[in-house]
Design a protein around this ligand. Structure first.
Ligand SMILES: NC(=O)c1ccc[n+]([C@@H]2O[C@H](COP(=O)([O-])OP(=O)(O)OC[C@H]3O[C@@H](n4cnc5c(N)ncnc54)[C@H](OP(=O)(O)O)[C@@H]3O)[C@@H](O)[C@H]2O)c1
Length: 294
């Protein structure tokens, strides 16, 4: 029988990859929960994907999205009220008798005392655990695709990217691998009650990352280590709210201190193949880092 799997945040960095991978499977109906129908238009082209409008603040939209959903891949955005948003989604999942939730959390969510970002994620994880619904938590490190979302312009225009992380190494993970672990947790067996720390295959310094960009793009790309106050000013000048800029600085501080380098074999264990390397990522996303000739 066909299972219906609801993906929230389906137009986001991880959500659209989860929808894509689920759409390739037989016997699965994918329901892509999108905040904006216009942004969700591309997802309609995938086989067996139903696109539904979903606004976490609008209970009616949630009722419609959760009705007859068997399982949920639950993503909430990096928002100040993310714990409250997630609570509303868990309540809806209970009402709809959902069988399993795969939650996109973050690496170090259970660290004590940890950082604010992790504490929010752990609070949400606890709400899910207490709901009585079967669950799997995904705890990925920072995404390789952040370089597409946040560094592509400066790489294209200046041949540089800026971060306040010193020589700290980070075991960045490709979101395609995060999605693959999530898909297996949704359709496979034995993932109930698990919390998967997910990383890429190696921890790299940002100088090493710059060298990989230089090698693939065949031009000199440099990492610029910026002081914390410069990073803060830069984030605020791009209209980032202060709470978010401070949370990001706290995360960068963890990386600078060398605590972002933990490497796991989760992708290999759960999906049965190695995690993609940073080199593989830059080769595949090459086009995002060069000016279009059109
Ligand atoms: N970035 C990282 O390196 C990293 C690493 C580990 C964990 N995480 C975690 O990953 C999560 C974010 O995942 P992501 O990067 O895939 O997200 P994303 O790209 O920021 O996308 C967020 C999605 O949520 C939707 N959304 C926003 N507000 C909404 C609302 N009020 N109602 C319904 N939908 C709404 C967005 O739609 P619109 O765009 O149309 O608003 C979008 O589809 C966060 O919890 C973050 O802590 C991130």
């Amino acid at each position: 029988m066909h299972k219906t799997i609801l993906v929230t945040g389906a137009t986001g960095t991880v959500g659209r990859e989860v929808v894509k991978q689920l759409s390739m499977l037989d016997d699965i109906r994918v329901r892509a929960g999108v905040h904006s129908l216009i942004k969700g238009e591309n997802l309609r082209r995938l086989p067996d994907v139903e696109v539904v409008e979903m606004e976490f603040e609008n209970p009616e939209s949630l009722h419609a999205a959760f009705t007859h959903a068997d399982k949920v891949f639950m993503i909430t955005p990096f928002a100040y009220d993310q714990v409250e948003q997630a609570r509303i989604l868990v309540d809806e999942a209970k009402r709809a008798d959902v069988q399993h939730i795969v939650r996109l959390s973050a690496s170090g969510a259970d660290a004590e005392p940890g950082i604010q970002l992790g504490r929010w994620h752990r609070e949400i994880e606890r709400d899910i655990e207490q709901s009585g619904i079967s669950y799997t938590h995904l705890r990925p490190t920072s995404f390789m695709q952040n370089f597409v979302n946040y560094c592509a312009e400066s790489i294209k225009q200046e041949g540089k990217f800026y971060m306040p992380v010193g020589d700290g190494k980070v075991s960045y993970v490709d979101v395609r691998d995060v999605a693959a672990v999530g898909v297996e947790a949704l359709i496979g067996n034995g993932h109930e009650g698990q919390a998967y720390e997910i990383s890429g295959p190696e921890a790299l310094s940002h100088t090493e990352i710059a060298d990989i960009f230089s090698q693939v793009l065949k031009t000199d790309i440099q990492y610029v280590d910026v002081p914390e106050h410069t990073a803060l000013q830069s984030m605020l000048s791009q209209s980032m709210p202060e709470w978010m800029a401070n949370a990001m600085l706290e995360l960068y501080g963890v990386y600078k201190s060398g605590y972002g380098c933990h490497v796991t074999d989760t992708v290999q264990r759960v999906v049965g193949r190695p995690a993609r390397s940073f080199l593989h990522f830059v080769q595949d996303y090459n086009h995002c880092f060069v000016e279009s000739k059109l």
